[in-house]
Design a protein around this ligand. Structure first.
Ligand code: IMP
Length: 194
């Protein structure tokens, strides 16, 4: 029988995507599916810390194996900001457009546009903690291009590509993205652990 594994998210689209990659050896469940409707605090100062906070919350209260992810955009010329504050960079409102405007303003006239997306997954499996990281390097262009994707996609162009994440078909982005890289590492680990 498949092992139950909780993904500390309510994003069923993300869950289905990862379930598809993992196959049928683990049966993924969302927070809602285990009756967890709490607003889990994400108050740590790092992506690793926030991912672990979420996974630990579920493990402690529900006693179930669990993983959680956290992602940030890290801009070199801004000393790694917005990083862990990527979702609420311009305001608490999680406003993608305002967040992009803020980055573009801060980088006005700045030559070094290097940036990366970094995803961290924290997994708690039978009391042991494991981390998986995915990084995609690229640059912040000077104006928005493309309408696909979400978040900072219109201004992020991955290294070695002509298109921004928002101009690429989703299937293309999903092959090279920070999240895909981290998830692939998680899946390899789970498949070797089963
Ligand atoms: P989360 O940890 O996946 O919720 O991501 C936190 C924030 O990082 C999001 O609200 C977005 O602003 C940004 N972000 C994460 N992944 C991406 C991506 O693939 N493209 C653009 N922005 C992203």
């Amino acid at each position: 029988m498949a092992n139950e594994l909780i993904f500390a998210t309510n994003n069923l689209h993300k869950l289905a995507e990862i379930q598809h990659i993992i196959g049928d050896s683990f049966n993924l469940k969302s927070l809602g599916q285990i009756g967890c409707f709490d607003d889990i605090p994400e108050t740590a100062p790092s992506l690793e810390g926030n991912a672990l906070l979420k996974a630990q919350y579920v493990f402690d209260r529900f006693g179930k194996n669990c993983f959680a992810d956290d992602t940030g955009l890290e801009v070199e010329a801004l000393d790694g900001r917005p990083g862990v504050f990527s979702a609420r960079y311009a305001s608490d409102g999680h406003d993608f457009e305002a967040n992009i405007d803020k980055i573009l303003n801060e980088l006005l006239g700045v030559e070094n546009r290097a940036a990366r997306f970094r995803t961290v997954i924290a997994l708690i499996l039978n009391n042991d903690i494991h981390y998986f990281e995915g990084i995609v390097n690229g640059e912040i262009i000077t104006e928005r291009k493309g309408v696909k994707g979400f978040g900072y996609d219109p201004v992020f162009r991955p290294l070695g590509h002509e298109l921004t994440f928002a101009e690429m078909p989703l299937s293309e982005k999903n092959k090279i993205s920070h999240r895909a890289l981290a998830v692939n590492k998680l899946v390899d680990f789970l498949n070797s652990a089963k």
